[in-house]
Design a protein around this ligand. Structure first.
Ligand SMILES: Nc1ncnc2c1ncn2[C@@H]1O[C@H](COP(=O)(O)OP(=O)(O)OP(=O)(O)O)[C@@H](O)[C@H]1O
Length: 756
């Protein structure tokens, strides 16, 4: 009887919600048709007219295009919940705001202030609200409902009869993992909401244990900030820096699913345009490279490229050539000389200007060239008039020998060449590190010339780029001119926007780009991603505990306004050059201006597995408390000896156990290749059902079942081995199996072992 009653209550609730949701999709269709028609009309008007008319047309076309893209992105799960007040008022919350014909709001955008109670009301602090209802939809159908009741007594009778469901959050967390992080707008928790809606200025640190939703909250924060501060952020863009390229792919779908595209996703290894560094340095090398003293080393390396000859400068130039057998040969040469003091003066003047090396080069080259020209004239007994001197100097520059001689003293040089030669040339390295590093530290940096770029090299490249300035100064000037022109057009477009009073969400940057006859259709994110000197409006750094002091210098250069979200967990620091405290890394830039939010609930890993992780954490970081799991249940975490275990069969049985989802096999660095060879089908760490990863490669990811291979090997692989084991264990959303070699590390005593 009771069951039948609740069945009919569910059916009744579903019917009511379906009718409302159908109405919302109707509104969405109307809005889409309107945008499509608008676009069509604008394009039909043709492509000629005054500049004003062209810009106006572009304004409208861009507006309709943006609106269309936004309306398409919200089709799936358009409306995901409602919140009811005691007085009978109801607010539906969804991915976008919609109004009816009378301009009454029928759906509130999740980022709008009005939607906030949907996320923050709780039974202990409900405000005027009595119930939160989650709606689950498939395509356009409402297929499920979950209710959270704050105050049964204050609910209207009709509503009380149609109460249904289980906690929406737990349902969301139980789903099998797909290999891509999804958005969680429907189930954002109160503590996460505080992070998401925290103000734009200053640095916000989001500290939280594994699985507390730091990443997911930070990405929703990006969407919230772009919605709330669109004016500032759309022009400047938002940069998200993750630990590696796989992680960037893992999170890449979250923001587009929220309708946001103005975001650049990259990793530390990708922050220097033109370089994709993936290799990692040995821990001892990483510590030296990440040390702030390296800024001095790079500066010294640049100074080392600003030399004067030991004595006078001597350069041979050809005086007479003849062609023999079709080849030009030098018949007579002369030696030109510039005295040491003149060279020294030229260098000191060029350095004194405090301009970047490649730009100051001309201040050095010019007087030396003139002195060479004067010497040439004196030797040939050919007095030079004032105007002739410049000409003679320019002519000398045509000689390869002259250019080579001056390049040897003050070369035009790229950051890549500077850093490569610094790290592979013992003499250069010694000269540059001398004032800053010990001999042992310096020796650690030396490597072969053909060594691949490492992630730790990127801050050095960035530092060098800052000090060197543009390579090919002429090209730089041309690019800057083009940028100025573009900026002017953008300003013009903005004015038109104000005059024509169209929707302010229109991106004038896009508009200016479209106005250019030559340029491709370039978004802010596109332009920013290719420009090392781009100043972003906001920067989000994930797994931020791994960044070295030098890496922070690189990141901070990208955000002069110092508006940042710094996401991480000090207890998970795996890099030897990483953070021991947030203050240590952030104080040099935002002392007194950073605030911390803590996330304390683990949404990923069930309590049984977290108990095992907690033992590991206590051993490496006494006093640190692991986050509390929101879920119990699942299989008991277990340990099996490697001897007598077929790893392939074990993984296959794990795949069967989870039915839907993925298995992650986590190994010590040294055993990765050997284990990966057992699973040739595991080609993609995100898309294959099985992924074989080192701990570093698994950072930020999660798997339904995790198999940790050789825990002792992980513990011993670096001074941060304990933290690594903690990270490996906490990747699991449902099952954990540890495969140990000779004996199980004592810290894992809680695991169930086979009875022997
Ligand atoms: N409010 C929520 N609703 C639904 N799922 C959530 C919520 N918060 C977090 N999750 C889920 O919990 C898991 C862990 O989240 P996330 O990866 O953001 O955690 P994290 O703190 O960055 O973890 P780690 O430090 O271990 O990388 C993800 O699957 C995420 O989707």
């Amino acid at each position: 009887m009771g069951d039948r009653q609740s069945d009919s209550a569910r059916a009744e609730a579903l019917r009511i919600e379906q009718s409302y949701v159908s109405m919302l999709y109707g509104r969405l269709d109307v809005a889409r048709e309107r945008a499509e028609r608008g676009m069509h009309d604008v394009l039909a008007r043709g492509g000629t007219g005054t500049r004003q008319a062209v810009v106006e047309r572009e304004v409208m076309a861009a507006e309709h295009a943006r609106r269309l893209a936004q309306l398409s992105a919200v089709e799936r799960g358009l409306c995901f919940g409602r919140i009811d007040e005691a007085g009978g008022e109801t607010l539906y919350v969804g991915r976008v705001g919609l109004r009816d014909d009378d301009h009454t709001s029928v759906l509130v955008d999740w980022r709008a202030p009005a939607a906030r109670p949907f996320y923050v009301a709780t039974p202990s602090d409900p405000g005027p609200f009595v119930r939160r209802r989650h709606l689950h939809t498939r395509h356009r159908d409402v297929v499920g409902i979950d209710d959270e009741v704050f105050d049964l007594d204050r609910m209207a009778d009709g509503d009380r009869r149609t109460l249904v469901g289980e906690a929406a959050l737990l349902a969301a967390l139980r789903r099998g993992r797909t290999g891509r992080m999804g958005e969680v707008v429907a189930t954002i928790q109160r503590e996460q909401d505080r992070v998401i809606r925290s103000g734009l200025p200053g640095a916000l640190v989001v500290q939280g244990g594994p699985g507390t939703g730091k990443t997911v909250a930070a990405l929703h924060r990006a969407a919230y900030l772009l919605y709330t501060h669109r004016d500032t952020l759309e022009r400047r863009g938002v940069l998200v820096v993750g630990p590696n390229a796989t992680f960037s792919r893992y999170i890449s779908q979250v923001l587009p699913a929220l309708g946001e595209t103005q975001v650049v996703l990259t990793s530390m290894g990708g922050l220097h345009p033109g370089v994709r560094a993936t290799a990692e340095d040995e821990p001892a090398v990483a510590v030296v490279k990440g040390d702030p003293r390296m800024a001095g080393v790079v500066e010294e390396a640049v100074r080392d490229r600003e030399r004067v000859p030991e004595g006078d400068l001597e350069v041979k130039i050809p005086v007479r050539t003849s062609v023999r057998g079709g080849v030009e040969v030098v018949v007579e040469e002369m030696m030109l000389r510039v005295d040491h003091a003149t060279c020294l003066r030229a260098r000191d003047r060029a350095r004194g200007l405090r301009r970047q090396h490649n730009i100051a080069r001309w201040t050095f080259v010019d007087p030396v060239l003139r002195a060479l020209a004067l010497d040439e004239a004196a030797q040939l007994d050919r007095p030079l008039e004032d105007g002739d001197l410049q000409y003679a100097a320019t002519t000398l520059w045509e000689h390869r020998t002259v250019r080579d001689a001056l390049d040897a003293l003050w070369p035009e040089i790229t950051p890549e060449r500077l850093v490569r030669e610094l790290l592979s040339d013992e003499e250069r390295l010694r000269a540059a590190t001398g004032p800053y590093l010990t001999e042992e530290e310096s020796a650690l940096l030396l490597r072969p010339r053909e060594a691949p770029w490492t992630v730790g090299d990127v801050p050095l490249l960035d530092e060098a780029a800052e000090l060197l300035g543009e390579y090919d100064y002429g090209a730089g000037a041309r690019r800057r001119r083009a940028e100025d022109e573009r900026r002017e057009e953008e300003l013009y477009a903005r004015e038109v926007l104000t005059i024509t009073d169209v929707d302010p969400v229109l991106d004038a940057t896009l508009l200016a780009g479209r106005n250019r006859e030559d340029g491709p259709y370039v978004t802010t994110a596109d332009r920013a991603g290719h420009d090392r000197t781009w100043a972003y409006g906001h920067v989000i750094v994930d797994e931020a505990q791994e960044l070295s002091a030098m890496a922070w210098r690189t990141v901070m250069r990208r955000v002069p306004a110092r508006s940042l979200t710094v996401v991480g967990d000090i207890a998970q620091t795996g890099s030897a050059a990483g953070a021991r405290s947030w203050g240590e890394m952030l104080d040099p830039y935002v002392k007194g201006r950073w605030r911390e939010e803590r996330l304390l609930v683990n949404y990923r890993t069930p309590a049984e597995i977290m108990e095992v992780a907690a033992d590991v954490l206590r051993a490496v970081a006494p006093g640190e408390e692991p986050p509390e799991s929101v879920r119990f249940g699942g299989a008991r975490p277990r340990a099996v000896p490697a001897d007598g275990t077929d790893l392939r069969l074990l993984v296959e049985s794990e795949l069967r156990e989870i039915e839907e989802g993925r298995v992650g096999v986590v190994t010590p660095d040294a055993r990765h290749a050997e284990v990966a060879a057992l699973f040739p089908e595991a080609v993609d760490p995100l898309d294959s059902p099985v992924a074989v990863l080192t701990v570093r490669g698994s950072k930020g990811l999660e798997f339904d079942a995790v198999v940790v291979v050789d825990p002792e090997g992980i513990l011993c692989q670096s001074p941060k081995g304990g933290q690594d084991l903690y990270v490996a264990i906490t990747r699991a959303t449902r099952r954990l199996t540890v495969v140990y070699e000779d004996r199980l590390p004592a810290v894992l005593h809680r695991l169930e072992t086979p009875i022997t």
